[in-house]
Design a protein around this ligand. Structure first.
Ligand SMILES: Nc1ncnc2c1ncn2[C@@H]1O[C@H](COP(=O)(O)OP(=O)(O)OP(=O)(O)O)[C@@H](O)[C@H]1O
Length: 261
């Protein structure tokens, strides 16, 4: 995918008429009432039926090098599903996704070892992103400082299960942001953490963008989307409602949400 696109821009992600369907096994029988659940348990019946959720319905877009793209839409509209598919973590039912380089998904649920200390998770996370031991050593202090985990005591040497959800999310963001990514996918990271961490992470996303990658940001925080992204894609019921300059798309989305309240 080294070819340049219109205007000499380099495409980094091409999503071509993608459909994503979740298959849920054993969710078909019973109406979900307490009595039907009790009767299933009493009769030792399982429910073998298969249900499908058509989460993404034929979306297409091309992302270019240097772009920061916001993904917005109401709950369940398919934003996280789209990001996971671009990261290669979910198969498409039809259509295709092409990426240039390795996309990295940074989600608030990104896997970390809760029984290991923050310190061990930093090392493992960096190694998993392909850094060498020498690079990890060089970056370690910067990551811990950026996360602010040690601001009120030596928390980095405690197991991650003792962290608040905001502290965990900050550490995940700090690890992922320590590396320059070809395609960085961020799911709601900016909505966790306090105001000063949000400011730092917004600044870091801008830096990552300058360092040439493409950034996708899923967020319900429209102010963060306006600050960070120049282009925004609005998804609703798995379909793209608008794709264009952030100001225009967020305005349309806000009008739509006002109309629903
Ligand atoms: N693991 C899963 N199994 C089955 N269905 C799922 C799964 N994850 C998401 N879905 C369904 O897919 C649809 C899209 O969900 P998704 O999480 O992508 O939405 P979202 O726009 O990110 O929502 P939110 O803003 O609430 O985070 C929803 O109908 C949801 O119920």
């Amino acid at each position: 995918m080294a070819d340049t696109g219109p205007g000499g821009r380099t495409p980094t992600v091409v999503v071509d008429d993608v459909h994503i369907i979740y298959k849920i096994y054993g969710a078909g029988a019973g109406k979900g009432s307490a009595t039907s659940a009790l009767s299933r348990i009493a009769n030792r019946r399982t429910s073998p039926a298969l249900r499908e959720v058509h989460a993404v319905r034929g979306i297409s877009f091309t992302a270019y090098k240097g772009e920061a793209i916001g993904l917005i839409g109401s709950n369940g509209s398919g934003k996280s599903t789209t990001l996971s598919a671009v990261a290669g973590l979910l198969p498409t039912a039809s259509g295709a996704i092409y990426t240039d380089g390795q996309p990295s998904l940074l989600g608030v649920n990104a896997a970390m070892m809760s029984d290991l200390t923050g310190e061990r998770n930093v090392v493992l996370g960096c190694l998993a992103m392909g850094m060498s031991y020498a690079e990890v050593r060089a970056k370690y202090q910067e990551i811990v400082d950026f996360s602010g985990i040690n601001a009120r005591g030596d928390f980095i040497s405690l197991p991650m299960r003792t962290y608040s959800s905001g502290m965990g999310a900050r550490l995940r963001f700090s690890i992922a942001a320590a590396k320059t990514h070809d395609v960085l996918l961020i799911d709601e990271a900016l909505s966790t953490g306090d105001a000063s961490f949000q400011r730092r992470s917004e600044a870091r996303i801008k830096e990552l963008r300058r360092e040439a990658g493409t950034v996708f940001l899923v967020s319900h925080n429209n102010a963060a989307i306006r600050d960070t992204c120049d282009r925004t894609i609005w998804l609703e019921h798995g379909v793209i409602r608008a794709d264009g300059p952030t100001e225009d798309v967020v305005d349309l989305y806000e009008d739509f949400m006002k109309g629903r309240n």
